[in-house]
Design a protein around this ligand. Structure first.
Ligand SMILES: Cc1cc2nc3c(=O)[nH]c(=O)nc-3n(C[C@H](O)[C@H](O)[C@H](O)COP(=O)(O)OP(=O)(O)OC[C@H]3O[C@@H](n4cnc5c(N)ncnc54)[C@H](O)[C@@H]3O)c2cc1C
Length: 387
């Protein structure tokens, strides 16, 4: 059988591509190496519901609605924000299965336990044999072996890679509510941390129905230059931020490590001939907002649409026109600046020093004055990213 569109990977980008292609009447096949969609993407995430609007979000399997986002800087300064838009915490297994089932309902065939090994002029070779297809969407995530093998992009460099380690602890919903001051089983909180030691990095904590996820992201270059393992950073950060106390009595259910790309489109080509890249394979995560699922769904939908009609050039321009994707791209010069160890340490100290001076009645704003040039430069970069 000749498929119109073959999609590699049943993550957010792949299911969005398959959903869109199948809706347009294309014979669509998805191959996923995991035992089911999401099996390789364990634990969960926080997502902006608006970014998933390609799908029928009324049935979204959200675990909790995020009513508060807390920012913790270096352990001393905490700010809490009520989000204006709808944010939810979702389990990845449930989310990925939900998206894949919507692609199936639209008419796509999803085959699991099948790994794509190579792209060929006729389609793809999998570990279960060859499959013929007119267009191929590679939505294989950050490791992107096929995308690199097809010559559309190169491997990530250490300075373009964030290494994450994540743990999920479970107990019961009452204990999750009690520990995090949540008023009901639907309410959730998301916490973002910025830390300096043992290497500068960012952390996150999400509440699910009966579990919590805590994870950290550290720049690969920092790990290399400090000769420290990511799991050791996780342990030290858990101690210094008091996470161990927060999850005391909970049992460790999952432990995973994954990379997040910090570079990609438009340095990498989104398509060539009949091969299209989407999501993490195209490096579309926004490291400032931590939004990777949104750009994956949006780019996947666009890739699916243009793959059906063989419109490579139109795919590229549609990516640049999209607000969420163009923001992920435009924010990169600022991210490169902020991911510099010295700059990150400086910002954390500046914010904590400013707030403690303010509390003790000192309004001289010395840290601001001392860093005014850097601040101005970063504000200009931020304005450029949001223009
Ligand atoms: C620790 C961590 C926390 C995160 N938190 C958030 C968050 O809170 N919010 C957010 O928006 N984003 C978050 N992200 C980013 C987000 O997870 C990714 O941006 C998003 O999953 C990208 O979707 P994708 O479909 O491109 O790739 P993936 O989700 O990686 O999906 C790729 C799929 O392809 C399959 N696959 C790969 N190779 C093959 C092959 N050769 N053959 C067949 N199948 C294959 C994989 O099994 C997988 O199912 C986080 C990332 C990490 C690492």
């Amino acid at each position: 059988m000749m498929y119109d569109v073959i999609v590699v990977g049943a993550g957010p980008a792949g299911s969005a591509a398959a959903f869109k292609a199948a809706k347009m009447g294309a014979r669509t096949l998805v191959v996923e190496r995991g035992s089911e969609p999401g099996a390789k993407n364990v634990s969960g995430a926080m997502v902006r519901v608006e970014d998933l609007s390609l799908f029928d979000v009324k049935t979204l399997p959200a675990e909790r609605e995020v009513k508060r986002v807390r920012l913790v800087l270096g352990g001393d300064l905490q700010v809490e924000i009520k989000p204006k838009e709808r944010l939810v915490n979702v389990g990845r297994l449930k989310l990925d299965k939900w998206m894949a089932s919507q692609a199936e309902s639209a008419g796509a065939l999803v085959i699991t336990k099948t790994t794509a090994l190579k792209v060929t002029p006729e389609g793809i070779i999998t570990d279960r044999g060859p499959v013929s297809g007119k267009s191929i969407v590679l939505a294989e995530g950050a490791n992107a072996i096929l995308s690199i093998g097809s010559g559309l992009r190169r491997d990530l460099r250490p300075e373009e890679t964030v290494q994450t380690v994540k743990e999920v602890y479970s107990l019961n919903k009452d204990e999750v509510n009690k520990r995090f001051g949540l008023t009901g089983d639907q309410e959730g909180i998301a916490v973002r941390y910025l830390f300096q030691d043992p290497v500068p990095g960012a952390g996150f904590l999400y509440t699910y129905r009966d579990s919590v996820a805590f994870g950290i992201g550290v720049h690969m270059s920092s790990l290399i230059s400090h000769r420290i393992r990511p799991q050791d950073v996780l342990e030290e950060v858990k101690r210094s931020l008091g996470i161990q106390e927060l999850v005391k009595g909970f049992s460790l259910r999952e432990y995973s490590a994954k990379i997040i790309p910090e570079n990609g489109f438009p340095s990498w080509r989104p398509c060539q001939g009949n091969v299209y890249l989407a999501g993490d394979a195209l490096g579309l995560v926004n490291p400032i907002t931590f939004n990777g699922i949104g750009p994956a769904v949006i780019s996947g939908g666009l890739a699916g649409e243009h793959a059906v009609n063989g419109e490579c050039h139109e795919y590229e321009t549609s990516l640049l026109r999209d607000r969420i994707i163009s923001q992920s791209v435009k924010v990169r010069p600022l991210v490169r600046e902020l991911l510099n160890e010295r700059v990150m340490r400086n910002y954390i100290s500046m914010a904590t020093n400013l707030s403690s001076s303010w509390v003790s009645g000192d309004l001289s704003m010395t840290p601001l004055k001392e860093n005014s040039f850097t601040l101005l430069k970063h504000v200009l970069l931020l304005m450029g990213a949001t223009s």
